[in-house]
Design a protein around this ligand. Structure first.
Ligand code: FAD
Ligand code: EPU
Length: 338
């Protein structure tokens, strides 16, 4: 049975390093614990927050309810010819799962190396990096409905994945707790090395025929050079999504700003690089009190040590206003604000 703690600091549980407290806190290490907890009166009475690694959350105030930290471990794999189904507990650190697969030659998630957080959170926003998204390898996940305590299997279609989006951020927001995720990987994968920075770094290393392990190493190297390490400077990765707009909206912006960084998106739409938009507004690497943007990546907001969540949020609002004023483009926060 999970141990219930009261009045605990959430600072070690969020990568922004924001100092807030939770009224109640319970860590669950197996499904039995979770089923028990879901039957308890506390669940009916308290506001709930399901927490993985806290790497996509900004706390703006104390959490006056019950935080359920999902810490279910364990990875297993079933091989069938070239295909492998890998099933992981939701509490496994995502990059540990990636390394488990890379070491065994199971391809498909090497481009997602070094993304912080847990496996259980990976379907929530359909994590993505360097040309690959979780949806590309997702087989299914098991999730428990909070209201009934019943387990349900969600297949690919059920999850309605989109760019940094899934059913768990929409219709089912706050209703299910994911306990395991299964991925469909391959022992002879088509490696995805189209991303400019990957090609460049492979060339620098004189690697003409990369292995899964080479791709993982190169992606990790690129990430470390661009993104701040939360163990030394608090952050939650990209604070905003890259805006996806229609051609009609895009045409006048392109005319005025011919250098705008953009990519094709599904259905003829256009994805803009939010980091570029923010940099053009003069925000790259600026320090504002205890917060600011990262010197190598304007899309990442940071905590210089003692920022409050309110301070970070207000600063993000200044960015939204500036980008809207200059480009008439609305930025949507990627980070979950609490
Ligand atoms: P948390 O922050 O704990 O939770 C995130 C959301 O998921 C919350 O709404 C929470 O309630 C919910 N949740 C968590 N676990 C469960 C569960 N088991 N069941 C149900 N709901 C749950 N993301 C990318 O997509 N690509 C990147 O390249 C990337 N780079 C990053 C770089 C840095 C330096 C940092 C700090 C973050 C980055 N992120 C990136 C964001 C983050 O790593 C991902 O969103 C990650 O999946 C969050 O995992 P977590 O366990 O920390 O989730
Ligand atoms: N750029 C700038 N200035 C900046 C930052 C970026 O001009 O300060 C321009 C550059 O031209 C660069 C382009 O924007 O070529 C794209 O930048 P980058 O390759 O760093 O990627 P991104 O679009 O900023 C996205 C994801 C990241 C993911 C990377 C790599 C979102 C919101 N972010 O960032 O995910 O790691 O691509 O695939 O989609 C996260 O979600 O937390 C995250 C870090």
């Amino acid at each position: 049975m999970s141990v219930l703690q009261e009045s605990i600091s959430l600072k070690p549980y969020n990568t922004f390093g924001i100092l807030v407290n939770a009224r109640y806190f319970a860590e669950i290490v197996n499904e039995g614990d979770l089923v028990q907890l879901l039957k308890s009166r506390l669940i009916q009475e308290q506001k709930l927050l399901v927490l993985g690694g806290g790497s996509n959350i900004l706390f703006t105030k104390d959490f006056n309810g019950l935080v359920i930290k999902v810490a279910i471990q364990g990875i297993k794999s079933i091989e069938d010819g070239d295909n492998v189904i890998v099933t992981s507990g939701a509490g496994v650190v995502w990059n540990d799962l990636v390394q488990y697969c890379v070491q065994r030659g199971f391809g498909g998630i090497e481009n997602l190396s070094l993304i912080p957080g847990t496996v259980g959170a990976s379907p929530i926003q359909n994590i993505g990096a360097y040309g690959v998204e979780l949806k590309d390898v997702f087989e299914s996940c098991v999730a428990y409905e909070i209201a009934t305590g019943r387990a349900k299997v969600f297949n690919y279609k059920d999850c309605r994945f989109g760019y940094r989006d899934s059913i768990f951020k929409n219709e089912l927001k706050g209703r299910y707790i994911i306990t395991s995720v299964s991925l469909k990987l391959s022992k002879s994968p088509d490696l995805n090395i189209q991303y400019g920075a990957i090609k460049e770094e492979l060339a620098n290393r004189n690697i003409a025929s990369p292995t899964i392990s080479d791709v993982s190493a190169v992606v990790s190297y690129i990430r470390v050079s661009k993104l701040p390490d939360p163990s030394t400077i608090g952050n939650a990765g990209s604070f905003f999504k890259n805006p996806v707009i229609g051609q009609d909206e895009f045409a006048p912006i392109l005319k005025q700003f011919p250098g705008i960084v953009h990519y094709p998106a599904p259905n003829g739409r256009v994805k803009l690089a939010a980091g570029w938009l923010i940099e053009q507004c003069g925000f790259k690497g600026i320090v504002s009190g205890e917060t600011g943007t990262w010197k190598n990546q304007a899309l990442v907001l940071v905590n210089h040590g003692h920022a409050t969540g309110q301070e970070v949020y207000s600063f993000s609002e200044q960015i939204v206003v500036a980008v809207d004023a200059k480009f008439h483009v609305g930025l949507e926060r990627e980070v979950n604000i609490l």
